[in-house]
Design a protein around this ligand. Structure first.
Ligand code: DON
Length: 583
């Protein structure tokens, strides 16, 4: 079946002005297996995540009458068990909530620096910056935010009993679940990094021998921690046995987090960043994420070009996107950080149409700009985070991205408590004035300070049209997150792709410095890449960028389309409907 035929909404969405028959004749520029991709459909509700098991936990909550926040809370706790690279209770993240009626909100449960943190805390005994201390030590661990954030969102928006939402995770941890091929490989690869931490080795291997696919992973200590959360809510994590185990692990290993830091942690409700792209309303994460601000800035720039007419994957579009990315990422490095410590962030200006117009005037349509060889570059960031999207039968929506930073975070499991600690402090700049040509950065807005949140790129995003829900999207991928999320939106809005095609389509990335376009291997034509080189771009290839999990609402058909990212294993959409075809 040719999916372009049965989706009238899509033909209507096309801005090319071409009749559908002509569109059908056009070859797809890129996509998995070179074929068009069927999107999963549902009428009532859907959860799309990187863990099919956890998606099903969330969908069952929807079937039992829960709303999107209920399902998100259950999915997030389940992923802390089934997707240990990034699902977590020892990390942090962001949740964007758009109710069918009422005001959207952004829940910020980003980790915080402990009270004893300071900007020079990652210098070694010789006063030299140490990557090891910054990213892979107990000093890399931020005060976790996930439990407080899920609890706050549930208190404000949830409808089902807390116990009902946490219990599936307790059972998955206690009784175990079958290890997939993907998880078996990932656990085997991380074993060496976990070797210094006996509790980590015990939890994720058989006395140092990797698990094979199909074997059952049981995590009894994690079940105990989840049970304390089930019974006592936030206090079940930030106080009492769990908190004591965490603080003891810190005290024994030069870590900084104390019982006081844990007790003082609070999640925060913030105003989402709002933008508008070709009549679609964009809602995304404000600082301490850079995501919403940079994405709206880029979309504002790109709105001035006929992206649909240029065509997906054309050199013209890739060039314009790279130039928009270059400019937004430069502003990101210069201006963004924790808003509670940087009161003057010029968000209104950065996200204004007028500023975008000024920036557009600096773009030559056939010549790459040069990123100023100033001292800014990127931090080293991990590539494991996870995103999921939820829509319920009333069209309330949740977009949630959370992380441990690196895959499996610090690699440190808290002995007796069974959960992994993040290494999110690595998202702070490494030291004042550190900025150098090798890629380190030391600008002020994102230096470590007591109780400060580190800058993030996570961009859980919701798109609306005419006041109604249109799309829920997000992805992992470190600094690439913002660009991947933007491309999923452009793929649907400009190129008329369905949810699955929008996820499958090839992705590219530019982040100011290094001054290069990184593109997904095999997804763009060599001819196109040659044109980009002729424009003056430097190119580099990557295997895969991100793992976007997307839901699109086809309003006229009353249907939800799900797009599951097949770049990483184990993902899946689960639907509320009894008839999973959505018919
Ligand atoms: O908050 C951030 O932007 C990073 N710590 C996220 C890391 C990440 O996405 C790794 N992902 N795949």
């Amino acid at each position: 079946m040719n999916l372009r035929l049965w989706n009238p909404e899509r033909a209507r969405r096309s801005r090319s002005g071409m009749p559908a028959a002509l569109l059908l004749a056009l070859p797809l520029t890129a996509g998995f297996a070179g074929a068009e991709s069927a999107a999963i459909r549902a009428r009532q509700g859907m959860v799309v995540s990187q863990s099919a098991i956890a998606s099903e936990v969330g969908a069952q909550v929807l079937r039992d009458g829960g709303n999107a926040v209920d399902a998100a809370v259950a999915t997030a706790f389940a992923m802390a068990v089934t997707h240990p690279t990034a699902g977590n209770i020892g990390g942090g993240g962001f949740l964007v909530w758009r109710p069918a009626s009422g005001e959207p909100l952004a829940y910020d449960f980003r980790e915080k620096a402990p009270a004893a943190a300071h900007p020079e805390m990652w210098l070694d005994e010789n006063g030299e910056y140490s990557f090891q201390i910054h990213h892979l030590s107990h000093k890399a661990v931020g005060v976790p935010g996930t439990v407080a954030g899920l609890r706050l969102a549930w208190e404000e928006q949830g409808t089902m009993p807390w116990e009902r939402l946490v219990r599936p995770a307790v059972e998955l941890a206690r009784d175990g679940f079958p290890i997939s091929h993907g998880l078996a490989g990932s656990l085997a690869r991380v074993l060496e990094r976990m070797a210094p931490y006996p509790a980590s080795v015990a939890q994720f291997s058989k006395d140092g021998t990797p698990y094979g696919p199909g074997e059952v992973l049981r995590q009894p200590d994690l079940a105990g921690s989840l049970e304390r959360i089930l019974e006592n809510g936030t206090a079940g994590f930030y106080e009492g046995e769990t908190a004591e185990l965490l603080a003891a692990e810190m005290a024994a290993n030069d870590g900084l987090i104390t019982l006081e830091d844990l007790k003082n942690y609070r999640a925060v409700v913030r105003e989402p960043i709002r933008g508008e792209y070709r009549g679609y309303e964009i809602l995304s994460m404000p600082p301490p994420s850079s995501g919403g601000t940079a994405m709206v800035q880029m979309l504002n720039i790109l709105e001035g070009y006929d992206i649909a007419r240029n065509g997906f994957g054309s050199a013209a579009n890739m060039h314009l996107m790279a130039e928009a990315m270059r400019r937004a990422y430069a502003d990101r490095a210069l201006h963004l950080g924790d808003p509670d410590f940087n009161p003057g962030i010029p968000i209104d200006r950065l996200t204004s149409k007028a500023y975008a117009e000024d920036l557009r005037a600096t773009i030559d349509p056939e010549r790459a700009s040069v990123s100023s060889p100033s001292s800014f570059e990127w931090n080293t960031e991990g590539s494991e985070t996870t995103h999921f999207s939820v829509v319920d039968k009333d069209r309330n929506a949740v977009s949630l991205t959370y992380t441990l930073e690196f895959g499996y975070g610090s690699g440190i499991v808290v002995p007796g408590a069974g959960f992994l600690l993040n290494n999110e402090m690595g998202d702070f700049n490494g030291a004042p004035g550190l900025t150098n040509e090798r890629g380190l950065i030391g600008t002020d807005p994102n230096l470590a300070e007591p109780n400060k949140r580190m800058l993030s790129s996570m961009s859980p995003t919701i798109v609306a049209r005419d006041g109604e829900l249109f799309m829920v999207t997000g992805t992992p991928g470190g600094r690439t997150i913002i660009n991947t999320v933007m491309q999923t939106i452009m793929n649907v809005v400009d190129h008329g792709m369905n949810a699955q095609e929008a996820v499958d389509a090839g992705r590219m990335h530019h982040q100011w410095l290094p001054d290069q376009i990184r593109y997904e291997k095999q997804m763009f034509s060599p001819d196109t890449l040659s044109i980009l080189e002729a424009y003056g771009h430097r190119l580099s290839e990557t295997e895969a960028q991100g793992a976007a999990e997307v839901i699109v609402v086809l309003r006229d058909e009353g249907v939800l389309e799900g797009g599951v990212d097949r770049r990483r294993p184990d993902g899946g959409a689960a639907v509320h409907d009894e008839d999973p075809s959505g018919n």
